[in-house]
Write a protein that binds this ligand. Structure first.
Ligand code: 48N
Length: 330
């Protein structure tokens, strides 16, 4: 198919015209903490001469960390859903799943030591994050304050969004984030008769620093996480950008990638949200990784599509998960 210069055909949804030019309304649903410190902390100030930490032995710290980490690895070796990438799209998908299906075991794998991907700053390393309506509904659900500018809203610092959604995900009881961990391959299975090709059935992981050095050290074999459904939101740049869709091409499961097109805010964001989907059985792709497979435009420094693509990816993942469960029970 001749590569088009703009996002694939999609219904361009006319945003409801803002009823009125809203004043700068900061919807501060997370009330600022009360002034002053709690008494125990306040009592510590000016009293440092009598201060000391409780005693500990180094091995106690080591055992506290390793027992928990390896219990998590052991538990999540079999997950219900694996999410690759904890950028704005992956975090939004994880948040949505944690609220809709707290009964599911979800592994969120992030290559960076710091999750968040490109959402710690707005465009060109500026602080403010711009989101077009109706993405404000996600911010209200999470409880992120923003300034209402009519057709769009502004979160005064992108890190306010990312830290808030990250905090909700990490506090949830069913999402475990493994950061500094790269997905360096996909677990595959032959599709059931008649479907043809392969389906994705989990992820292959390694410490990111190890994954980046296979070229200069041999036989650093990986670990695995089995999951009937994988959501891939690996973005379009960085050392591992568009990982899963590139892997589908290299394993000959996809012919080629259309490649992300030029910047067109109006077309890009609707296309990413509307086309977030299961691209091969068992693998849902969302966020900017999708632009690489579809030839969608990039949107530049607006983030609404990332959040709502994450919501849609979560919805798609639950559809596929429930379908696979029915098939296995049949
Ligand atoms: O923020 P990103 O890169 O990706 P998205 O899709 O969540 O958000 C994209 C958004 O930040 C934009 O690019 C904006 C809207 N600009 C658009 C434009 O036109 O310029 O997050 C992807 C995350 C990162 O944290 C990576 O470290 C991680 O995924 N990651 C991986 N983690 C584990 N294993 C991998 N193989 C892997 N690849 C990427």
């Amino acid at each position: 198919m001749a590569p088009s210069a703009v996002s694939p055909a999609q219904q361009h949804v006319q945003l409801a015209v803002a009823a009125k030019k809203a004043q700068d309304v900061v919807d501060d649903t997370t009330a600022a903490p009360a002034p002053g410190l709690t008494k125990p902390l306040a009592d510590m100030m000016g009293n440092w001469d009598n201060f000391s930490f409780a005693p500990i032995r180094e091995s106690t710290v080591s055992r506290a960390m390793t027992s928990r980490y390896f219990t998590d690895l052991h538990t999540h070796a079999e997950s219900d859903i694996a999410i690759i990438g904890a950028g704005s799209c992956g975090l939004s998908a994880a948040y949505t799943l944690s609220k809709l299906r707290p009964d599911l075991r979800i592994a969120l794998i992030e290559a960076g030591v710091a999750p968040g991907g490109g959402a710690w700053l707005g465009g060109q390393l500026f602080s403010a994050m711009v989101l077009r309506k109706p993405a404000d509904v996600f911010l209200r659900d999470v409880g992120v304050p923003f300034e209402d500018e009519g057709d769009y809203v502004v979160v005064k610092h992108a890190a306010l969004f990312t830290s808030a959604v990250l905090e909700r995900v990490l506090r949830s009881g069913n999402v475990k984030m493994f950061n500094a961990t790269a997905v360096e391959d996909l677990i595959t299975r032959p599709c059931a008769d008649g479907e043809g090709g392969i389906r994705v059935a989990g992820v292959v992981t390694n410490w990111t620093l190890v994954a980046m050095h296979h070229g200069d050290q041999s036989c650093m074999d990986p670990n695995t996480i089995n999951a009937p459904v994988v959501i891939s939101t690996t973005g379009h740049d960085g050392p591992f950008g568009a990982f899963s869709v590139k892997r589908l091409v290299s394993m000959k499961r996809l012919e080629e990638l259309e490649g992300m097109r030029g910047l067109d805010m109006l077309r890009a964001e609707d296309a990413i949200v509307k086309n977030t989907r299961e691209v091969v059985p068992g693998l849902i792709v969302g966020g900017m990784e999708l632009a690489e497979i579809d030839g969608a435009n990039r949107m530049g420094p607006t983030f609404g599509a990332m959040l709502l693509s994450g919501v849609k990816a979560a919805e798609e993942a639950l559809r596929v998960f429930d379908l696979r469960k029915k098939q296995n029970e049949a």
